[in-house]
Design a binder for this molecule. Structure first.
Ligand SMILES: Nc1ncnc2c1ncn2[C@@H]1O[C@H](COP(=O)(O)OP(=O)(O)O)[C@@H](O)[C@H]1O
Ligand SMILES: [Mg+2]
Length: 152
């Protein structure tokens, strides 16, 4: 388990930007934590690190935003409005998980993988990796960001 504390939105973005150096197609980054924890901030940094210049906003209504102009394509999903796995699969969103087409980052990933499913989980696809990330608040401008990697 990797754990860090950030003290500002920019520090959270910088963490995402650093991750851009190691991500590869086939990765899915699952972001868990309440509203306002900094999930979208982290995605902004990740996109910046991948050379994506488009504005990053939670795809709350679109469900998925595709950014294909960077070094690696980034698929940004937000499951907040979807309550069940059937709704998520019905919207075709599970097709983005571990896709060889790029990196998928998922806000409200706990809507798809609960703790039990996550603990039994192994990534099957070649090159696939799940980065399981948990955000918690340690104060108004402090966030604890913990992650664990599963798969190749
Ligand atoms: N250390 C921090 N990291 C990230 N965001 C922070 C931090 N401290 C304060 N904030 C604020 O928390 C909010 C995070 O918003 P956002 O990234 O949209 O969260 P989420 O996508 O998790 O709902 C922003 O208003 C940001 O300014
Ligand atoms: Mg968000």
């Amino acid at each position: 388990m990797n754990s860090s504390i950030t003290n500002s939105p920019e520090e959270t973005a910088a963490l995402g930007e650093a991750w851009a150096e190691e991500v590869a197609p086939g990765w899915t980054i699952a972001l868990c934590g309440d509203l306002g924890m900094g999930k979208t901030q982290l995605v902004k940094g990740l996109a910046r690190g991948l050379g994506i210049t488009a504005r990053i906003a939670s795809p709350t209504f679109a469900l998925v935003n595709e950014h294909t102009a960077g070094r690696v394509s980034l698929f940004h999903l937000d499951l907040y409005r979807l309550d069940t796995r059937a709704q998520i699969a019905g919207a075709g969103l599970d097709e983005y998980f571990f896709t060889p087409r790029g990196v998928t980052v998922v806000e409200w990933a706990e809507r798809w993988w609960d703790e039990v499913q996550r603990s039994r989980f192994s990534v099957q696809s070649p090159g696939g990796r799940l980065r399981w990330v948990k955000f918690t608040s340690e104060g108004e401008t402090q966030r604890r960001i913990e992650y664990e990697d599963f798969g190749s």
